[in-house]
Design a protein around this ligand. Structure first.
Ligand code: SF4
Length: 837
């Protein structure tokens, strides 16, 4: 803004290898749109697109459109990678390849696709590139057998539409660009470019400075060549590898200014902190992808004595001198933004005046238009790409490749000061408020290590101590640590929690693109003899055969749905049983369906429920005592797929070989079931919990005397008791929902189906002399779910979406054999094995 040539953009997880790979393969240094919704066969070589990769909310929506069970059909998703991430838990098949094996696997698969004549005229240009990479040659290096590689390639080539996604952050090594090119070649061979992989509607990310550029900046700072450093929207002292010593270098700068809204590690070493407004207090705009421009306006007055960074820079420019001041005619950032949008107005050729256009854009949140896909051709430069396998630092035989992955909840640590997110269980391990190192049970046995043992982890670049978490979601020859914790300065919620694994990494870059390389080193482990306590909110990963989480094959799901459709045709007005469980005179019996084939386990609904319902955060100690207050939790169970043949008899695992034997993970949102025959109700001595005329299981807070009999008698264990008066210290009290009572010590509470939203819709409908319509009430969990897994509505209306879904052949009730008559109907998860069409 002030014209400095030394402006650097720091993104912890940059996409430079992807951009460079696209330049080399297609002559376009861009990030294309991945049409996950149109891929019959989706294959990820490690991209965690349901967690942190590029645009996880958008991808979850697209993913559920092709991969959940709809109209008798489900796509197939294969995940290739050494660790069962949240994304991998949603796969029909997990291929446990070696961490550096993705590139060779993609090249070998491309070779098979070509050899089997599935690449058509596209084969000629890429055959010489992939010719040396036979499945047999790469099998050992990838950890995947030649038979499996051939089978995967055949499936990929045979699919009516397919899409391969590149390695994600944690698998990006010093050869990241080459690995991305290899995946591009597979997509090209299978004819996916222009279909499921489209240039034109690109993701627009600014180019980020790689470790090389950042190292140069560090050198300049050390040499005293930097007079002033302005740091905005970043915390490089925490989010760059410790080996770069960015914090030390800053001490050689005359004036370090931080614009952080919260105290963080970089602000702590700054000379001057000029706190920016938070996003809720700010003006701004953003262009996430071609054709989409979003506009942001303040929703509240600034709470503290803060100032928008844009305003600071504009007023600074006015004082710097005419040359700079002349470039800014506007008195403040809001006017600057508005003037920038005059250009958008001109570009859109809108007929309305600018004022009308601006107001409409503010009320809609922006402007957008469809962007057409643009054809691309193969770039000859791709023939020169070097597909050498990367080496990892610390090559001793006893050392394990170290995966350092972005936390699905805390990302690079910027969200670690949000208590909601600290208390949100990690979707895979279910651990809260801490860090861990993931180790396979076989490795743990060899080392004599158990969960909670504190290990010393050493790489050639650093060491730290962290507690072990032993589970089978990782290859035996790999270990993994999430990024996000280990703050020294981040307020009362984050400081001093867990470890920052960036202490173990070099500041390494991908050779071709200069982007960050994360998979660069091996680590040795040594037990310290000490124990720690990792707090998990899920007691057991086994539902002990009680069929809490169910998963069936596509064929069986089809058969079940066909039977249900026949019954429905016979009696289209039939209501589900639960519809009876309300006052006969009430037009409503509220109910919910949760489609487990759509739910990805992302846990967004859990935090939405906290926000909507004023649920207190209790901290790690109380969670350890089982006193977390969440009204909604995600239970994840590895389950065996029930197939048609096995129905009523044995189960089948649906596995294909030694690399793929993992069962399917079912994520199941668990909340109050609003039972028609609720076990909690008859045991309450004061009628604090009772059944209301609309079928809701209601909790009257000021009647509750805290005997907790209801919780004891609830088979779903979804009731939470306020053992303490929890605080919402300022300014957290400002986030409380005024429509929801804040509960006190001694009161039982649980999901109300967002009764405040039901009441609001009912009041509106009553005022207009009509019934509440279908879709008018959307609880916070359903509103937030990116996968559209949750549907809420009136079970007394046979045509409501919830009634129709509750009559699905896949419908079942959790613990329904207890005759609780739940108002929540689950739809069984569906897994598609390689043999299923
Ligand atoms: S139901 Fe919850 S956990 Fe499942 S996909 Fe939706 S938001 Fe995520």
């Amino acid at each position: 803004m002030l014209g400095s040539p030394n402006r650097l953009i720091h993104e912890s997880f940059d996409l430079e290898p992807l951009r460079e790979a696209n330049r080399l393969t297609f002559g376009r240094a861009e990030i294309p749109r991945y049409q996950l919704d149109q891929a019959e066969l989706l294959l990820s070589f490690g991209a965690g697109f349901l967690e942190t990769w590029i645009s996880p909310v958008q991808y979850a929506r697209l993913f559920s459109r092709s991969q959940s069970f709809r109209q008798g059909h489900k796509g197939r998703f294969i995940f290739v990678g050494p660790r069962r991430s949240l994304t991998a838990t949603n796969a029909d098949e997990w291929v446990t390849a070696h961490p550096t094996g993705g590139m060779l696997l993609a090249l070998a698969m491309t070779r098979v696709v070509i050899a089997e004549g599935r690449a058509g005229a596209r084969a000629a240009a890429i055959r010489p590139i992939v010719e040396p990479f036979t499945p047999e040659r790469v099998a050992e290096a990838t950890g995947v057998s030649a038979e499996t590689i051939t089978r995967l390639a055949q499936e990929f080539g045979d699919a009516s539409s397919s899409l391969a996604l590149p390695p994600g952050t944690e698998l990006a090594g010093r050869n990241a660009t080459a690995a991305h090119v290899a995946v591009n070649l597979l997509n090209y061979a299978a004819g996916n470019v222009g279909r499921t992989l489209r240039f034109g509607p690109n993701v627009l990310r600014r180019r980020a400075a790689g470790p090389g550029q950042l190292a140069e900046a560090v050198q300049r700072m050390r040499a005293g060549e930097v007079e002033i450093a302005l740091l905005h929207g970043c915390n490089p002292v925490q989010t760059l590898p410790a080996a770069l010593e960015f914090g030390d270098a800053l001490s050689n700068v005359n004036l370090v200014v931080s614009f952080a809204s919260f105290m963080d590690e970089t602000a702590a070493v700054a000379d001057l902190i000029l706190p920016d407004h938070t996003p809720l207090e700010s003006w701004g705009d953003h262009e996430p992808e071609a054709g989409v421009r979003t506009l942001m306006q303040p929703t509240i007055e600034p709470l503290f004595d803060t100032r928008a960074t844009g305003d600071v820079l504009i007023s600074l420019a006015a004082r710097v001198g005419d040359a700079v001041a002349g470039r800014f005619q506007q008195p403040d950032y809001r006017s600057y933004l508005q003037d920038a949008w005059r250009r958008v107005h001109r570009d859109t050729a809108a007929r309305e005046s600018f004022e009308e256009f601006w107001r409409a854009a503010l009320s809609r949140g922006g402007v957008w238009r469809e962007t057409a896909a643009e054809p691309v051709t193969l770039n000859r430069a791709v023939a020169g790409v070097d597909f050498d396998e990367p080496t990892l630092d610390g090559g001793e035989r006893s050392a394990y490749p170290l995966l350092v992955y972005p936390s699905p909840t805390l990302y690079d640590g910027r969200s670690a000061n949000r208590p909601w997110l600290q208390e949100l269980p990690d979707p895979v391990t279910k651990i809260v408020w801490n860090s861990w190192i993931e180790i396979h049970p076989q490795t743990a046995n060899q080392l004599g290590v158990r969960t909670d043992d504190v290990l010393e982890v050493t790489t050639p670049h650093g060491r730290l101590e962290v507690a072990a978490y032993v589970h089978d979601g990782i290859r035996p020859d790999v270990v993994a640590v999430p990024i996000g914790q280990g703050h020294t300065e981040f307020g009362r919620w984050a400081s001093g929690r867990g470890v920052n694994p960036l202490a173990l990494l070099p500041a390494a870059s991908d050779d071709a693109s200069g982007g960050s390389a994360w998979l660069t080193t091996r680590a040795t482990l040594a037990a310290t003899g000490r124990r720690a306590r990792l707090v998990r909110t899920q007691g057991s990963d086994d539902d002990l055969g009680r069929e809490i989480a169910e998963v069936v094959s596509v064929a069986l799901a089809r058969e079940e749905e066909e039977h249900a459709a026949e019954a429905h045709e016979h009696d289209p007005e039939a209501l589900v049983e639960a519809a009876e469980d309300a006052d006969p005179k009430s037009p409503y019996r509220w109910g919910m369906t949760i489609d487990l084939s759509s739910c990805t386990g992302c846990s967004a609904c859990v935090t939405a429920c906290y926000a909507e319902n004023n649920i207190p955060v209790v901290g790690e100690q109380r969670c350890a005592e089982g006193r977390e207050m969440s009204w909604l939790r995600i239970e994840s169970y590895p389950e065996h797929v029930i197939s048609e043949e096995a129905h009523g008899g044995a189960h089948t695992g649906g596995s294909h070989g030694d690399e793929t034997g993992a069962p399917h993970v079912v994520h199941l949102p668990m909340l109050c079931q609003h039972c028609g025959n609720a076990p909690c109700e008859p045991v309450c001595p004061v009628y604090a919990t009772y059944h209301n005329p609309e079928g809701l299981n209601v909790q009257v807070y000021n009647r509750c005397v805290g005997t907790r009999y209801c919780s004891n008698n609830c088979p779903y264990k979804v009731r939470r008791f306020e053992y303490f008066d929890y605080e919402f210290p300022y300014p957290l009290n400002l986030q409380l929902n005024p429509d929801v009572t804040v509960r006190q010590k001694g009161v039982m509470e649980k999901c109300t189906f967002c009764v405040q939203r039901i009441m609001s819709a009912r009041n509106d409908a009553n005022a207009q002399g009509r019934d509440v319509g279908d879709g008018e009430v959307v609880p916070a969990c359903a509103q937030t779910c990116p996968a559209e897994a949750i549907v809420f509505g009136n079970l007394r209306d046979p045509n409501s979406r919830v009634s129709q879904l509750a009559r699905s052949g896949r419908a079942y009730h959790v613990l329904g054999e207890l005759n609780t008559r739940p108002a929540i109907t689950y739809l069984k998860d569906v897994a598609r094995t390689g043999e299923e069409a």
